[in-house]
Design a protein around this ligand. Structure first.
Ligand SMILES: O=C(O)c1cc(=O)[nH]c(=O)n1[C@@H]1O[C@H](COP(=O)(O)O)[C@@H](O)[C@H]1O
Length: 263
């Protein structure tokens, strides 16, 4: 089961760091551009440099959605598994039944996935019913517009993100494999979501390039015991040129230690 495996990995590495593998083609080092699959060449070197500090890798599907990209992603996932690191595919999917069933085949290779709660329970069922996999439901996102819909107050007096947390914790977690995505840029909401869902694992993105609150990420995000704090650009693009991977390894080690100070 994903969260047990993640707990073991967190113990082994003494790290709750999720390293985001978002290889923006415009930012890849020049010397990798001639490679058959530049994104895979980049990720392989990043994994070599960071895996000791990585509780998990989180490739965002947006960076792979073309034919070479899917090949690069497949190689990346296999390579991470070879280093014994679980892979959370950040795909933010969900749809009506037959379509969601097709999206859920992404879990044939990935160990966990992010999903969008907007379509409701049945749209998540094909993911949730993969009991051995982790399913992270978007709850309160880190972007500036995250408040536009997610902070809206419902007739019950709850904010939408609190309602999502309640549904995930109380009604959707039949298989015990749900986590929540709550951004580190919204520490007050993070605290409220933690109150509403005391036992769910959280994925907390937004630390690093988005300037989120690392201390709050640990205090509330990790309060259930198992959880992840993600940084993508702050690690993979910590350096440039030939020494990019070494810089990424140093950045991962630094952030792991900083997060551990709050654990
Ligand atoms: O689901 C996510 O991981 C996610 C949710 C959210 O609220 N905010 C957020 O930034 N993310 C993802 O986390 C990563 C953050 O990247 P950096 O800002 O470069 O660390 C990206 O892949 C985002 O898509």
């Amino acid at each position: 089961m994903f969260f047990e495996r993640l707990a073991e990995r967190i113990d082994t590495t003494d790290s709750v760091l999720s390293v985001g593998l978002d290889p923006d083609p415009d930012r890849l080092p020049d010397h990798l551009r001639e490679h058959d699959l530049p994104r895979w060449a980049f990720n392989r070197r990043i994994i070599d440099a960071t895996h000791d500090h990585a509780a998990c890798y989180k490739p965002n599907a947006a960076f792979y959605e073309d034919s070479d990209g899917w090949r690069a992603l497949r190689e990346t996932i296999a390579y991470a598994h070879g280093k014994d690191v679980p892979v959370l595919l950040d795909a933010k999917r969900a749809d009506i039944g037959n379509t969601a069933r097709q999206y859920a085949t992404l879990l044939d290779t990935a160990d966990a996935i992010t999903v969008n709660p907007y379509l409701g329970r049945d749209a998540l069922e094909p993911f949730l019913s993969r009991e051995e996999k982790g399913v992270f439901v978007l709850c309160r996102t880190s972007n500036p517009g995250g408040a536009d819909l997610q902070d809206a107050e419902l007739a019950s007096g709850e904010a939408v993100y609190e309602h999502i947390a309640g549904l995930a914790a109380d009604e959707w977690n039949e298989y015990g494999n749900i986590g929540l995505v709550v951004g580190a840029t919204a520490p007050e909401e993070l605290e409220e979501v933690r109150e509403r869902a005391p036992d769910l694992p959280f994925l907390v993105p937004g630390v690093g390039a988005q300037g989120g609150d690392a201390e709050a990420a640990i205090e509330h995000g990790l309060a259930s015991g198992v959880g992840l704090v993600n940084s993508s650009r702050g690690i993979i693009f910590a350096g440039e040129g030939e020494s990019f991977a070494g810089a990424a390894g140093e950045a991962a080690k630094r952030l792991k230690r900083r997060l551990n100070e709050y654990r």
